[in-house]
Each structure stands twice: as C-alpha cells, then as structure tokens.
Design a protein around this ligand. Structure first.
Ligand SMILES: [Mg+2]
Length: 181
C-alpha cells in the first residue's frame, strides 16, 4: 500500500474512533418513527384490515404487529439510521401503534434499535433522552419533536401508502429528506 493511502486510512480510522467514543460518552440518540418512515408498512395494515378483526382492536393490532414479514424497508431513511448507528448513536424507534403482540417486532429490530417504543405521546420519550434528531413522516411527528425541543426531519411518505392523513411536508419549515419516499 502506498504511504499516502496508508496515512489517510489511519487518519480516517482515528477520526472514526474518536467520533464513536465521543458519541458514546455523550449517550447521544437519534429517533425514528416506524410506519412510512423507516418502513413501508401498508401491507401489514392491509393484513390487519383483511383479518376480519375490528379496526384498531387488540386483535387487529396483533395481526398488524405480527405481519412485519410483508413490510418493506425504506432505503434512504434506513441507510441514515445505519450511518448513525455506525457512528455510535443509539437508534430509537418510536411508533404510535398499540403494542399488542408486538414483542416479536421489537425482537426483529433489536439489531438496529437499542430501544423500540410503542408510545402515542412521542414527545414524552424525546424529551427524556439527548436526541440529536427525530425522523418522521407525519405532521404529528414533526410537532412532537418540536415540542420536545428535538430537531425534526421530515421523511417523505410513499405515494403507494394507504395512509394520507397528517401530511404537509414543509409546513413547519422542517428539513425534508430528499429521495426518502
Ligand atoms: Mg409514520
């Protein structure tokens, strides 16, 4: 290996090490909403609707939460989550879903997320930790981050999502993540 390349490589590794150490000492976190943010989960909600369970009942949520095998990862938001993780940040997922039957889902994302919360009031979690940002698709994700004093980042919702409510990107002058739909 050429000397210059070697020195550059060593420098990069050192900077990486120092960054990771710094982030870990500071216990920094980054938050992500789940549905339509990290994951395209319309198929899971369709499975819930098709199950014959009453909408938003315990049985309905059990079906939705256990249908993660039909969900799809959203490439840009997931890549960003992985970069944060590699830099030493704790990735925290917060979903407003009800948690019925959600243990397997939490287990499924353990490799990525240090914490996975079923919590309607997202700001209650955001205001407790040292979060550098919260990524979400819904207007409420943005307002709850602002409420907690955390920087909101808007993730674009897929045009194929069945969910169309609470979606006005840029309404709060928040940063909109390009190519995130
Ligand atoms: Mg969402």
């Amino acid at each position: 290996m050429k000397r210059k390349v070697k020195i550059t490589l060593v420098a990069v590794i050192c900077i990486y090490g120092v960054t990771v150490a710094g982030v870990n000492i500071a216990d920094l976190k980054v938050g992500f909403d789940y549905d339509d943010t990290l994951i395209f989960s319309t198929p899971a909600f369709r499975a819930g609707a098709a199950s014959g369970q009453e909408s938003y009942s315990e049985g309905y949520w059990r079906v939705v939460n256990q249908s993660f095998n039909v969900e799809k990862v959203k490439l840009v938001p997931m890549s960003i989550a992985l970069i944060y993780k590699a830099l030493g940040f704790d990735v925290v997922i917060i979903t407003a879903r009800q948690g019925y039957g959600g243990e397997e889902l939490q287990e499924h994302w353990k490799w990525l997320a240090k914490e996975f919360h079923f919590e309607r009031n997202k700001s209650s979690i955001l205001e407790k930790g040292s979060f550098v940002a919260f990524f979400g698709d819904s207007d409420s994700d943005i307002t709850e981050a602002l409420e907690a004093g955390v920087r909101p980042i808007r993730v674009k919702r897929s045009k194929k999502s069945d969910y169309t409510g609470k979606y006005h990107p840029g309404q709060y002058k928040e940063f909109i993540l390009p190519f995130s739909d």
